[in-house]
Design a protein around this ligand. Structure first.
Ligand SMILES: Nc1nc2c(c(=O)[nH]1)N[C@@H](CN(C=O)c1ccc(C(=O)N[C@@H](CCC(=O)O)C(=O)O)cc1)CN2
Length: 281
């Protein structure tokens, strides 16, 4: 039987439709939820992603501020920009686009974002609070994966989820979030031995490795669910779609899967941040 195609554009639209009423309510009180994005350097894909975020804000009548900093920006200069945004009462959410140039201390920069404006869930504090379910905003791609799971009513409890990748904004947080949903979670990475054999045991595979078409269909157990969080150049996912399609019971495409939901979750968190900061429930 053909797998269920998990349509991220449809899920994203549902999230955005739900936001409209909340944005209208804020605006009736003179508040426009505002997201600030910070991009350091000239990476073309990153430019596209911050543009997509600004466009989506615009479509939802939210405000956005885009800060572009040159490649040679120092960590200290970036920290000053983040501090300015932390102190700006009109900015409700801050997103520092990953990756930053290698001479910048990305962890220090992420951690400079104040927790109440960390709508991208990238601070160490946010990660800890997400892990312990203390109400922080989770990272947006992991939140998108959970949103797709919930939209389609996929069963997670007691299932074996194999997460391939351990990055701070994807593999690690999604593993904690699946664990919090009572999945049995295995985290795989570049040093994992016999990766195809580990993946073979998975009911749910999260491909978050950053390598195009890395996960092959013959690694999968028949009927596994494939959630592809890859965003490689050319809009190619981390799963080899055609071979995984043939083995899975449900699969996210790239494009049109987790990516669009990621942006809608960012805006959802920004609206929630505006509600909290302005004390509007
Ligand atoms: N600070 C962050 N940096 C990065 C994140 C993040 O969540 N926070 N994620 C990725 C890139 N990313 C958002 O920043 C992102 C990538 C891809 C998509 C997306 O919707 N892709 C589309 C295809 C692209 C297109 O339509 O042109 C899709 O999959 O359908 C959204 C967000 C790295 N950095």
């Amino acid at each position: 039987m053909n797998p269920l195609i998990l349509d991220g554009r449809k899920v994203a639209q549902t999230v955005k439709d739900e936001l409209k009423g909340q944005i209208d309510e804020l605006q009736s009180k003179g508040i426009t939820p505002k997201l600030a994005t910070v991009l350091v350097g000239d990476d073309e894909a990153s430019k596209t992603y911050v543009q997509m975020k600004a466009n989506t804000c615009h479509k939802l009548c939210m405000a956005s501020e885009r800060v572009f900093l040159p490649e040679e920006t120092t960590t200290e200069e970036l920290l000053d920009v983040i501090q300015r945004l932390n102190e700006d009462p009109e900015v409700h959410g801050i997103l520092l686009q990953h990756p930053v140039p290698s001479h910048i201390d990305e962890r220090q920069a992420f951690d400079a974002i104040s927790l109440d404006k960390d709508v991208d869930g990238v601070t160490s504090h946010g990660f800890g609070a997400t892990t312990f379910q203390l109400g922080a905003y989770p990272c947006c791609t992991p939140a998108a994966i959970l949103q797709v799971i919930d939209y389609y009513g996929l069963d997670v409890e007691g299932k074996h989820a194999v997460v391939i990748g351990r990055s701070p904004i994807l593999g690690k947080p999604v593993s904690m979030m699946l664990l919090n949903r009572n999945a049995t979670v295995t985290i795989c990475h570049s040093k994992t031995e016999n990766l195809p054999e580990v993946v073979k045991q998975a009911d749910i595979v999260v491909a978050a490795v950053g390598r195009p078409k890395f996960v092959k269909g013959d690694w999968l157990k028949e009927g596994a669910i494939v959630l592809d969080a890859g965003y490689n150049p050319g809009n190619i996912g981390d799963a080899d779609y055609d071979t995984c399609y043939a083995k899975s019971s449900a699969i996210t495409p790239v494009p049109g899967g987790i990516g669009p939901v990621t942006i809608s979750m960012l805006l959802k968190h920004t609206v929630e941040a505006a509600q909290k900061q302005c004390k509007v429930s």
